[in-house]
Design a binder for this molecule. Structure first.
Ligand SMILES: [Zn+2]
Length: 82
């Protein structure tokens, strides 16, 4: 396998560094979001695993809803060349 694409629903990032349970790839962006969601709480390992599985089924926000400020401004990037 040369392209390690993120297994999160709706995420098209590749080159993931994290492989969970030998089966599920997650990109840094999704990993950060999952960490932010769970906060500093401590969980039993099987419970956090369940949370992780559910998280992977939630479509990635940026791609399913609206655009980011960067994407918004990028739309206008070339307009002053005209
Ligand atoms: Zn991802």
């Amino acid at each position: 396998m040369s392209v390690l694409s993120c297994d999160r629903k709706g995420c098209s990032n590749v080159m993931c560094d994290i492989l969970v349970d030998g089966t599920t790839y997650i990109c840094n962006e999704c990993a950060r979001e999952f960490i932010a969601k769970c906060g500093d709480r401590r969980f039993e390992e099987r419970k956090i695993k369940k949370r992780f599985e559910n998280f992977m089924l939630i479509p990635k926000l940026e791609e399913s809803f609206g655009i980011t400020a960067e994407e918004f401004l990028n739309q206008y990037e070339r307009s002053h060349e005209i």
